[in-house]
Design a protein around this ligand. Structure first.
Ligand code: CP
Ligand code: NVA
Length: 309
């Protein structure tokens, strides 16, 4: 690896950025998007490790391509083909990998495990999804909102966002975005599936938990949903199907949103469960721009953590 950063900076939660830092990162991501595959190569000779204990399509590929386009290299590590799967303590793995690599991008189950890795690795650690949060996805979601409603829409505080479904890692990260940017956020979750109460409290009066999807969506400009059973919850799938009946973003529900509302879904989607086929393919769907934006925001993020301008 190249010389280690004097004081490393992790990205474990969205709130590891402050409001200005978040807005600057989104602005830089828009610049990277315009540059395409060209532009500067701030990660020249750097190597990024992708330590993934859960499946991934978007996150893995967008980080691999981001590292490549920034002039760096990436190496993918899963428990199936590393000593992690044979019980090597995570703190040893973190310390060793940090001797070779310039950053670790980690997807795992317990958020505490990510924090343990960050404590023991002497290089920046990035949250690529835990059971508690998915901050890289939020960066892409916010860039998509800025593209559709104008860059200053996020700063004005007038934006109204709806969340329909599970109070999961994505809902938690939306609460953190709300705490930073102060937009209105109404979350409709069935009883027993609420987001993290500490994050709800931290978001203050701008975030409100309701039970009715129609109430959450009424007048919203951004309508979000996600799968009913996240990775690791497969055994609860049947029970969750019963609990989430009616929490589907379909054309009927969307009729209550603002006329120019967009629909976001981090993907992968279960069409016919949390979102209808018609909505995901319809004119309000921004899900494929949202997926593309993972690449651009992560280029801005890697640049910020490894080669700040
Ligand atoms: N949205 C998202 O993180 O997708 P993957 O699970 O495919 O990485
Ligand atoms: N909530 C989902 C998001 C997948 C990108 C999960 O954790 O499986």
């Amino acid at each position: 690896m190249t010389s280690p950063p004097r004081s490393k900076r992790d990205f474990l939660r969205l709130t590891d950025l402050d409001r200005d830092g978040l807005l600057e990162l989104l602005e830089r991501a828009a610049e990277w998007k315009l540059l395409g595959a060209g532009g500067p190569r701030p990660l020249e000779r750097m190597a990024i490790g992708l330590v993934f204990e859960k499946a991934s399509t978007r996150t893995r590929v967008s980080f691999e391509v981001a590292a490549l386009q920034l002039g760096g290299h990436s190496t993918f590590l899963s428990p199936r083909d590393t000593q992690l799967g044979r019980g090597e303590p995570i703190r040893d793995t973190a310390r060793v990998l940090a001797r070779y690599l310039d950053a670790l991008v980690v997807r795992t189950f317990e958020h505490e495990k990510l924090e343990e890795i960050a404590r023991h690795a002497r290089v920046p650690v990035v949250n690529a999804l835990t059971d508690a949060s998915h901050p890289c996805q939020l960066l892409a979601d916010l860039l998509t909102v800025a593209e559709r409603f104008g860059a200053d829409a996020l700063q004005r505080g007038g934006l109204e966002v709806a969340w329909v479904g599970d109070g999961n890692n994505m809902a938690n990260s939306w609460l953190e975005a709300c705490a930073l940017l102060g937009f209105g956020l109404r979350l409709a979750c069935p009883p027993g599936y609420d987001p993290d109460p500490a994050l709800l409290a931290r978001a203050g009066g701008r975030a409100r938990l309701v039970r009715s999807p129609a109430e959450a969506v009424a007048g919203a400009q951004v309508v979000n949903t996600d799968v009913w059973a996240s990775m690791g919850q497969e055994a609860e799938a049947a029970e969750r199907q019963r609990a989430f009946a009616g929490y589907i973003v379909d054309e009927r529900l969307l009729a209550g949103a603002r006329a120019d509302a967009i629909v976001l879904h981090c993907l992968p989607a279960h069409r016919g469960e949390e979102i209808s086929d018609g909505v995901i393919e319809g004119p309000r769907s921004a899900v494929f721009d949202q997926a593309e934006n993972r690449l651009h925001v992560q280029k801005a993020l890697l640049e910020l953590l490894l080669s700040p301008r």
